[in-house]
Design a protein around this ligand. Structure first.
Ligand code: NDP
Ligand code: ZN
Length: 350
């Protein structure tokens, strides 16, 4: 066992605060990683604040982890000490169901083990995430960070990157397709870059007029201010896909109306309860599809890392110290982040 330093939420209503705990001793297929950087995902906030039902406290959030291997178990073959590696949203899964066998561990029939707030499959202990100085993870769930990527900006690819990449690939988004990305935050801005790299024509839907110029700089072809009915009407029946990253309940009807016949509205923003006012007519009369998508498998996570290295795609990051985390959460809730906070985990030593 090794002592870990971290920041944790001890309840849904208390701010994150310093917290010490034990990481397990290395198993034969484990890798020990000194954490250098950790991205801040809106799911960290949802979990810390029990937005999805009561969380298993203490919650040490963080599932966009980049660090250096410091130790390996006796049977580890893929990594060596000194490698720069990543850990995303899962740290284990059953490995024998049909979904695990198809590289879809996120849809494991027996549920994947989340990087934080879940229970280890072997000893049942609570998992603790990346707002900490080190982490012990099964080799199979560790990703390789390509050398061409700037390690200080790669962390968000492990969740925001793969969560937007996976549905784009699953639904075969390709050159010439028209896609709207709803919400320009961590996931949204990665969605723009990835969809552009796949050749799609990309429109950002944002509430924030002040993000228009930035959206274009990031490659968006068009911007729609979603609070402006005239602009929304102007793009009715216009899109093949909508990728919805909005993190709060919202009226889906005006967005569904923007889809062509057979258009697909993909929810990645995880909101409970979802909009209960969806009009059947908005689906039935145009054979539209309303669907959702959960992160991506381990192989696909490696694929998005490699894809970003190849296409020179990186996240727009704002580096913070761990001591600023509660302020960062407040700003994210206001949509005030450009466009992902990344914690420099050196600050944990301060
Ligand atoms: P961010 O906070 O970084 O971005 C969300 C964006 O949504 C904001 O920047 C804002 O964009 C828009 N938004 C915020 N509040 C509202 C509102 N009240 N009405 C309309 N739009 C709003 O969040 P993330 O990108 O980190 O996460 C987005 C969602 O995706 C979260 O719910 C998260 O839990 C979920 N998620 C799902 C995953 C999955 O596997 N399905 C994986 C990871 C995250 P703007 O200012 O442009 O309007
Ligand atoms: Zn996430």
């Amino acid at each position: 066992m090794s002592q870990a330093k971290s920041y944790a939420a001890l309840s849904a209503t208390t701010p994150l605060a310093p917290f010490s705990f034990e990481r397990r001793s290395l198993r034969e297929d484990d890798v020990n990683i000194d954490i250098l950087y950790c991205g801040v995902c809106h799911s960290d906030i949802h979990t810390a604040e029990s937005d999805w039902g009561p969380s298993n406290y203490p919650i040490v959030p963080g599932h966009e982890i980049v660090g250096k291997v410091t130790e390996i178990g006796s049977k580890v073959s893929k990594y060596k000490v000194g490698d720069v590696v990543g850990v995303g949203c899962m740290v284990d899964s059953c490995q024998h169901c049909s979904h695990c066998s198809a590289d879809l561990e996120q849809y494991c029939d027996n549920n994947p083990v989340g990087t934080y707030g879940a229970h280890d499959l072997i000893d049942g202990t609570l998992t603790y995430g990346g707002y900490s100085d080190h982490i012990v993870v099964r080799e199979k769930f560790v990703l390789s960070i390509p050398e061409a990527l700037d390690a200080s900006k790669a962390a968000p690819l492990l969740c925001a990157g793969v969560t937007t990449f996976s549905p784009l690939r699953h639904y075969g988004v390709k050159a010439g397709d028209k896609i709207g990305i709803l919400g320009m935050g961590g996931l949204g801005h990665m969605g723009v870059k990835l969809a552009k790299a796949l050749g799609a024509e990309v429109t950002i839907f944002t509430r924030s007029e002040n993000k228009i110029a930035e959206a274009k700089k990031q490659g968006a072809d068009h911007v729609v201010v979603s609070t402006d009915d005239t602009q929304m009407q102007a793009v009715a029946m216009n899109f093949d896909f909508l990728l919805d990253t909005i993190p709060v309940q919202h009226d889906l009807n005006p967005y569904l109306n923007c889809l062509k016949v057979d258009g697909v509205h993909i929810l990645v923003g995880l909101i409970e309860p979802m909009d209960p006012t969806v009009h059947a007519a908005n689906l039935v009369l145009k054979r539209r599809i309303l669907t959702g998508s959960l992160i991506g498998g381990i192989a696909e996570t490696q694929e998005v890392l490699d894809f970003c290295a190849e296409h020179n795609i990186e996240c727009d990051a704002e580096m913070i110290n761990i001591q600023d985390i509660n302020e960062a959460y407040k700003r994210m809730k206001k949509g005030d982040v450009k466009y992902r906070f990344i914690i420099d985990m050196k600050s944990l030593k301060n």
